[in-house]
Write a protein that binds this ligand. Sequence first.
Ligand code: GAP
Length: 454
Amino acid sequence: MTIREQHTVTMDKIVALCKRRGFVFPSAEIYGGFANAYDFGPLGVELKRNVRDHWWRTMVQSRDDVVGLEGAIITNPRVWVASGHVGSFTDPLVECRNCHNRFRADNLPGATIGDGGTVAVPPDTPCPHCGQRGQFTEPRDFNMMFKTFVGVVEEEATVAYLPPETAQSMFINFANVQTTARKKLPFGIAQIRKSFRNEITPGNFIFRTREFEQMELEYFVRPGTEDEWFAYWRQARMDWYRAIGIRAENLRFYDTPTAELAHYSKGTTDIQYRYPFGWGELEGIASRGDYDLRHHIEASGEQLSYFDEETREHIVPYVVEPAAGLDRTLLILLLDAYDEEPDNQGLRTVLRLAPAIAPVKAAILPLAKKEPLTALARDLHAGLKRRYLVQYDDTGNIGRRYRRQDEIGTPFCVTVDFDSLDDHAVTVRDRDSMAQDRVPIAELEAFLREKIEG
Ligand code: GAP
């Protein structure tokens, strides 16, 4: 058994590491916090940016058939009526008459979901909060969209909704994008943006929050070809999680049962991750058919179709949608990379993040805080930071400095010692193996680039 299999990573360890090292903080901590809201710290924003960039490079820039978009967050409320979200984007809510806590009915033990999505809760179910049996109200539909008001005079203000998904921007701009980008079917429109849902039961740190970021692709195909594209995107998305370093044994596909499908979906496969609290959704890949475009055509009266030059016909394309959560991706990267191993100072905590994803790529560490060592080290730092996020650290003993970098996942520590002044070389320590290589200073940047960019 490897050391890695002996320890178990817990959510508590990840939450504590995130706080201690500046990845994620509880939001508004100085005011006592705000339930299920988080602020991303200096390392969290770098990690997020690296994931976003990797996704965008893979899904948009490296392909000829996908283009990007950034839609307004606050837009015409008719979008959300036509999309079906005003009418159907609901979760079944029950309240315990004894303790007045509220729960999602479909998450209660023994709950069953019938055809059409109606939820039945067994009459003697105990409340997960107070333990009283049989106290639940009948499930009622609770709409998860946040409402706000646009306009300065309250009586005249119009209701607007915060978007619960990014996807609708792509549908309402289908014609704008298709004609300006001159794309032929099949092609896709991608977006990374915040979404908002008034979740009944948020929780598990950044797994489920009310404000989160999505990375979505709407891929438009000819009707009749959707099954093959669905199979293609399922696999492509699984490959992406492997490419950012997630272990295969912690990933699986899960086909959503028909009764649990979202109102727009003809079929959804989730990519699930093995979280410390069990298997759970990471990404949804949905076959949306022409649901969205048809509804917007009907509601707006506009022509949101594709003109096929060959057949001279207007086609309403079908849509295959891989929809990923950025915050969840961050969480699984941390869970998957977290490791502890015994060493001569007790226990070494190390984040084994892929070098391309790690927030800090290298640390420059002069062995002693003395000139001319520090001057040489600062020179190296100034050169490397033009390309990468690289830290400079000359405080404390070298062992402690290595540990600090291990804990934030920095793949390489570059030590500048007294020999460096004569042999013009530095020692590069590998985070995972702790092996040390002597590398000529003139070759350092190329050496790191090869390891980081592959
Ligand atoms: N446009 C399709 C759509 O939004 P979804 O399965 O509801 O599909 C896609 O959401 C992904 O967004 C999820 O797999 C998850 O990663 C992320 N996500 C959804 N709700 C979330 C929440 N409340 N907190 C964090 N991430 C969430």
